[in-house]
Design a binder for this molecule. Structure first.
Ligand code: PLP
Length: 399
């Protein structure tokens, strides 16, 4: 029997999908399930996006497209990033992918040789570790627990950069914690980054439109423009525009990196389909009322989640200020039992919670923080409140 390549063995099935699958099975068996597990935005893009897609379909050339993305899309994305605060970028600084996930995989291939080091903070989005593992990079995780509001400090970053990693990967707002870095926090990290010119900086900031409490979105290059030569900004239509299944991600970075991604595209995907491209142009270039309204809605749901979790004794939930996740520290439950079921860790906790209450959350260990669990709060409020009540009742029943 021939063997699979070693890199496949290094990739693990997603813990998020394991919980989501279990919830699906229970639902199919007739259970009343409330899912807080998957990070899908749960809203549809504006009608202008569908109109653009329909229009493109009516005259689709059926041909292969550009390896770096069609020019109208690059131009719409340039305007979008200018509005965020990125200045002086042109088409040659951009390239495309099938969602931010594929863009990140391409970046790992473009920037990391086997054995090179990549560092990122935990809690981290699960896929970061898997992508690094697949390309054979060494991972240095900087642990940022609830006691520091899950945020990376300048001192932690400095000590990681002293090891001369090839890549520093950063995510703001954060999946899974919902933390958002302030202008001052970004500036303090940027001051460290300028001292280590041998490290590429990748900022995966696909939740940049979902920032609450007037904090605003900030990037290292806004604070220290000289970082531009080695910083790659990653964005996507998935979360901002409610288009996760349309699969469009983009980067803005140095020309050499954009060119490398485009070369990889020419061998991996060739191009993004014309109809999808037209929809993405409409999303980035059209009215922004849907993302703006959703941002307000998510801020309101955040308040509901934080209030409900705050009412559970000894459960600590650093206040999320962006994206649509909360990441409470649930370790007070470890060592206790629920209806005779012993809970020793986060995985036991989420399994028992799902079984007993029908509420699906993701164990924090999937994100490198086994004291916590992730709640994705994009479901309708009519489900959110009962789901949170079930979590409260579950805690109250622990013995
Ligand atoms: N980066 C982060 C932090 C995410 O949370 C996700 C999706 O959940 C992605 C990237 C992937 O996004 P896309 O749907 O564009 O591939």
């Amino acid at each position: 029997m021939p063997q699979l390549a070693q890199r496949v063995g290094r990739a693990k099935p997603s813990a998020i999908m394991v919980i989501a699958e279990k919830a699906k099975q229970l639902k199919a068996a007739g259970r009343d399930i409330i899912s807080f597990s998957i990070g899908v935005p749960n809203f549809l893009p504006g009608e202008h996006v569908y109109a653009a897609a329909r229009e493109a379909l009516s005259h689709d050339s059926g041909q292969y497209g550009s390896n770096r993305g069609a020019e109208p899309l690059l131009d719409a994305f340039l305007k979008h990033i200018e509005a965020l605060g990125f200045t002086g970028y042109g088409r040659n600084n951009l390239s495309i992918g099938i969602g931010a996930k594929q863009v990140l995989y391409n970046l790992a291939e473009a920037l990391l040789n086997e054995g090179d080091e990549i560092c990122f903070a935990a809690p981290y989005w699960t896929t970061y570790h898997d992508i690094a593992d697949i390309v054979g990079a060494k991972v240095n995780v900087m642990h940022c627990g609830p006691e520091q509001h899950y945020k990376l400090t300048a001192a932690q970053l400095e000590s990681a950069l002293q090891r001369k990693p090839k890549v520093f990967l950063f995510n703001n707002p954060s999946n899974p914690t919902g933390m958002v870095y302030t202008r001052e926090e970004i500036a303090a990290l940027a001051d460290v980054l300028v001292k280590y010119p041998e490290t590429w900086i990748v900022t995966d900031d696909i939740y940049n439109s979902m920032v609450f409490d007037g904090i605003g979105y900030h990037n290292f290059v806004f604070a220290r423009p000289e970082l531009r030569d080695r910083l790659i900004f990653v964005d996507s239509v998935s979360k901002t525009y409610g288009m996760p299944g349309w699969r469009v991600g983009l980067i803005a970075g140095p020309e050499s990196v954009a060119k490398a991604i485009t070369t990889l595209n020419s061998n991996h995907i060739t191009s993004v389909p014309e109809v999808i491209t037209a929809a993405a142009v409409a999303a980035f270039g059209g009215p922004q009322d849907v993302p703006q309204a959703k941002c307000k809605e998510f801020a309101g749901k955040r308040d509901i989640v934080v209030a409900a979790l705050g009412a559970i004794p000894d459960v600590v939930c650093p206040r999320p200020q962006g994206a649509f996740y909360a990441f409470p520290d649930i370790s007070v439950a470890f060592g206790k039992s629920h209806n005779g079921v012993k809970i020793t860790n986060d995985v036991d906790f989420c399994a028992a919670l799902l079984e007993a209450t029908g509420v699906a959350c993701v164990p924090g260990s999937a994100f490198g923080e086994p004291r916590a669990m992730r709640i994705s709060y994009t479901c309708p409020t009519a489900q959110l409140e009962p789901g949170l009540k079930r979590i409260q009742a579950f805690f109250a029943e622990l013995t």
